[in-house]
Write a protein that binds this ligand. Structure first.
Ligand code: IMP
Ligand code: MG
Length: 184
């Protein structure tokens, strides 16, 4: 495989530099996978990826999990093409799987204001799952305004705009194989 790993990159007129490299991501995901194996043995959890941003993280995370598990997706939109949250959550794709009595693990690329995750957790109650936990690759703790439960965090990061590894800026940059931060 040949991954897209520049030191610096321009995206939609903004400049970005490497922030969390591929080795750091791999090492962290290996630990998260081990933790999920321990916590969910015998429970066959179902991962619900929140599209689009979580798709790369989820696919790598799942390959670090060795217990039986399933996957489905929900699509939310709160940002449009801006760098700041619009404050509204729209559900663009619903979940197809039956979640009643299942152990659900919600998977996000990043928790920023917390609005999307708050929406997801409230929405989950309607499906009557046996349990709901949250895993996020990134958490902008200082930016989080809505109280949300987070069970597994990849990296706590400062309140700066990041790109790559599934995260976009106006839909571009998701194919970068590591995480970049905006240069101010
Ligand atoms: P929240 O609802 O404010 O927590 O925002 C969550 C969503 O906003 C994430 O799932 C991302 O898709 C997007 N987002 C938040 N911060 C960033 C960022 O720094 N870069 C790219 N997308 C982001
Ligand atoms: Mg997202």
């Amino acid at each position: 495989m040949s991954f897209y790993l520049p030191e610096k990159v321009a995206c939609n007129g903004e400049n970005f530099k490497v922030f969390i490299n591929k080795d750091q991501i791999e090492a962290r995901l290996s630990l998260l996978g081990e933790q999920i194996d321990k916590d969910y043995g015998g429970l066959k959890p179902i991962f619900i990826g929140i599209l689009n941003g979580s798709y790369i993280f989820l696919s790598d995370l799942m390959r670090n999990v060795s217990i039986p598990c399933e996957v489905d997706f929900m699509k939310l939109s709160s940002y449009g093409d801006a760098k700041v949250s619009s404050g509204n959550v729209t559900e663009l794709k619903h979940i197809d799987a039956k979640l009643k009595n299942r152990h659900v693990i919600l998977v996000e690329d990043i928790i920023d204001t917390g609005l999307s995750m708050k929406y997801m957790i409230e929405r989950m109650a309607e499906y009557e799952p046996a349990s709901v936990k949250v895993v996020t690759l990134l958490h902008k703790k200082e930016a989080t305004k809505h109280e949300v439960q987070i069970d597994y965090v990849g990296f706590e990061i400062p309140d700066k705009f990041v790109l790559g590894y599934g995260l976009d800026y106006a839909q571009e940059g998701r194919n970068l194989a590591q995480i970049y931060v905006i240069e101010e």
